[in-house]
Design a protein around this ligand. Structure first.
Ligand SMILES: [Zn+2]
Length: 618
């Protein structure tokens, strides 16, 4: 493979991404970059950017991006090697002879091996569970009994049990003729970085095989079950991404549910493995789950091919509703009808079905609400609707949702519904909607609260300076203490830059992006591309004054956070003293002996974040 990667790097150095993209997307110059309408999501204002200097593209609307090969992969729906070949061909650059003959076959063979070893693992874990189930005292038997999962259900979903040993599966795979490399490549084992030893990834856990739509196991979710498990063990661990598995690509249970989804005309979308298993047990065989991640465009596309409607049956809690809102945004792009099954708090589909059974759940489905109506309720619940300010907040919450509604008739109907419920002027609401539609892609991205756009801008600017301006690095690494940065993501990459700089290694967007996962939904890669495309002041306009005021700002907000943390801890410690007399005295006493705290308090006071603090005159 490495010869192929060398070739890819040479190819990328020779082609111009503006030309490559320009063949598919009309681009217009915009400052240092080029801009056009994103070919990967529907939009009316361009938020798709291409940088000739950095040789990457990035869409602020849907978040996809990468180098020229990534672009070809996406737009031509090709695997990486095929995109590489196409790009080389287009530019008349011959693919090295030996690669052309072997690359395809080698990759195909490697994939076949991964499917085979996953199948073996699935059978291995399932047999191990069936053996354990014969012993009623086995903790796995007791766990499944507690979760009301019988042997038949376990078989239907190929549930398994990973043994407690360190190499049980790796050894079994070896006996079946698989190289350790294949087992590691499938994510079933891990190679220790120092000793080089290979050990099983999943140990002493209940195994949920995740299958593709053809029913081939491509990944595994593994849950702790043993009552004596260490409390800091993560509840679930999952397979990493492999050559045959990308997160957000498969829907859990789809291979068992697809016929029912077509027959029913809609899909029941849930959050967890157990929700789906339970739903199938009670006859709702059109249930699938996203398993842990927010619904992706790919999953939305899969659902669109099977059905015209999707019913969300998510947890009623805050996290569930947030995930549902993001899922709606995806499904609206596909013009799918969306409804919400409202589960009484604190139930999830699993617990509800266990407690009430089939008929009440069927009634909940029958009473499912239109998604917009549902979110309108949530907005009113959250912000109220009695005052002008509350109405404005509700409208602000609803507008990004309304914008995603493709169908003009439906959009108009929702606007009318919102205007009536909130008692606001319908024409004004429409105007607001249209004006927002014209807003810049960056603003739009912000209103849609993409995670990466929410990092503090000044901190992103700092990162940009460090990456793009070599002569700023020494200054930044000397003066900025990473702890001052509020955003953990900026801090992480700032520190990474510092390490690369200290080791005298190449530092640029390409080298940082190469450290991210290849996954297109990777939040770090997306964040880095956004900062790379962020427009800032040209560096020659930065005076020493702006730099030092910038530093002061960073420092101050760090102190403010520190003091606020400190105060809230104290308040927490003395709940019986709501006026804060006790902690006021303690702060006073402590600051006498602690110069750093005193400095922080003085700063905080000067910036009047915490007016309630006792006075600390000089
Ligand atoms: Zn896009």
């Amino acid at each position: 493979m490495s010869a192929l990667i060398d070739f890819a790097n040479k190819l990328l150095a020779r082609v111009d991404i503006v030309e490559v993209v320009g063949e598919y997307v009309p681009l217009k110059r915009a400052g240092q970059n080029y801009r056009g309408l994103c070919p990967f999501h529907r939009e009316k204002t361009p938020s798709f950017n291409v940088s000739p200097t950095k040789q990457i593209f990035h869409c602020f609307g849907c978040g996809v991006g990468g180098d020229a090969i990534r672009f070809i992969m996406r737009i031509e729906h090709l695997e990486w090697v095929d995109a590489l070949k196409l790009l080389a061909q287009k530019h008349g650059i011959p693919l090295p002879e030996f690669e052309r003959r072997t690359a395809d076959k080698a990759i195909q063979d490697a994939k076949t091996k991964l499917y085979e070893v996953n199948k073996l693992a699935c059978e291995f874990y399932a047999a191990n569970l069936q053996k354990a189930l014969k012993d009623p005292k086995h903790p796995a038997t007791q766990y499944l009994a507690k979760r009301k999962i019988n042997a038949e259900l376990a078989t239907r979903f190929s549930l398994g049990l990973a043994p407690t040993g360190w190499t049980d599966f790796t050894e079994a795979a070896k006996r079946a003729g698989f190289e350790p490399e294949t087992v590691v490549g499938a994510g079933l084992a891990i190679r220790h970085s120092e000793s080089g030893r290979v050990y099983d990834r999943f140990r002493n856990r209940i195994i949920f095989p995740i299958c593709d739509s053809l029913g081939r196991p491509v990944a595994f979710g593994a849950r702790v079950y043993a009552p004596d498990a260490a409390p800091d063990e993560p509840k679930y661990i999952n397979s990493p991404e492999t050559a045959i598995y990308r997160k957000g690509q498969v829907l859990y249970g789809l291979h068992l549910a697809k016929d029912s989804i077509v027959r029913e005309g809609y899909a029941l979308l849930m959050e967890g493995y157990l929700d789906v298993i339970r739903a199938h047990q009670f006859g709702f065989t059109h249930a699938v789950a996203t398993c842990g991640t927010a619904l992706t465009e790919e999953q939305g596309g899969t659902l669109k091919k099977l059905a015209r409607r999707v019913l969300f049956a998510y947890d009623g809690d805050e996290a569930g509703q947030k995930a549902m809102l993001r899922g709606c945004e995806v499904l609206l792009e596909y013009e799918l009808g969306i409804q919400v099954v409202v589960l009484p708090d604190p139930h999830d589909p699993d617990s509800y079905l266990v407690e009430y059974g089939t008929e009440p759940f069927r009634q909940l489905i029958a009473k499912s609400r239109d998604f917009f109506d549902f979110f309108l309720d949530r907005a009113i619940e959250r912000f109220g609707s009695g005052t002008v300010a509350a109405k404005v907040e509700c409208v602000q919450f609803l507008i990004p949702i309304l914008q995603r509604v493709r169908n003009a008739v439906a959009q108009r109907e929702y606007v009318r519904m919102a205007a009536r419920r909130l008692d606001v002027d319908e024409a004004a609401l429409l105007r607001q909607l249209r004006s927002k539609q014209k807003s810049s892609p960056q603003q739009l991205a912000k209103t849609l609260t993409h995670a990466t756009s929410s990092e503090p801008r000044s901190e992103c600017t700092l990162l940009k300076l460090v990456v793009e301006y070599e002569n700023m690095r020494a200054w930044a690494f000397e003066h900025v203490v990473p702890d001052w940065l509020a955003s953990s993501r900026v801090r992480k990459w700032f520190e990474r830059c510092r390490t690369l700089h200290a080791e005298g290694r190449l530092l640029g967007w390409e080298s940082l992006l190469r450290e991210c996962s290849d996954d297109e939904t990777d939040e770090d890669a997306r964040f880095l591309r956004e900062v790379a495309f962020m427009e800032g002041e040209p560096v020659d306009q930065l005076t020493s004054e702006t730099l030092s005021s910038f530093l002061a700002r960073l420092k101050r907000s760090f102190f403010e956070r520190m003091v606020a943390d400190y105060c809230s801890t104290l308040r927490h410690l003395y709940p019986e003293d709501p006026e804060g007399e006790t902690w006021r005295k303690m702060v006073e006493e402590l600051s006498e002996h602690h110069p750093a705290l005193r400095e922080a308090l003085l700063l905080a006071q000067r910036t009047s974040v915490l007016r309630m603090l006792p006075n600390f005159g000089h």
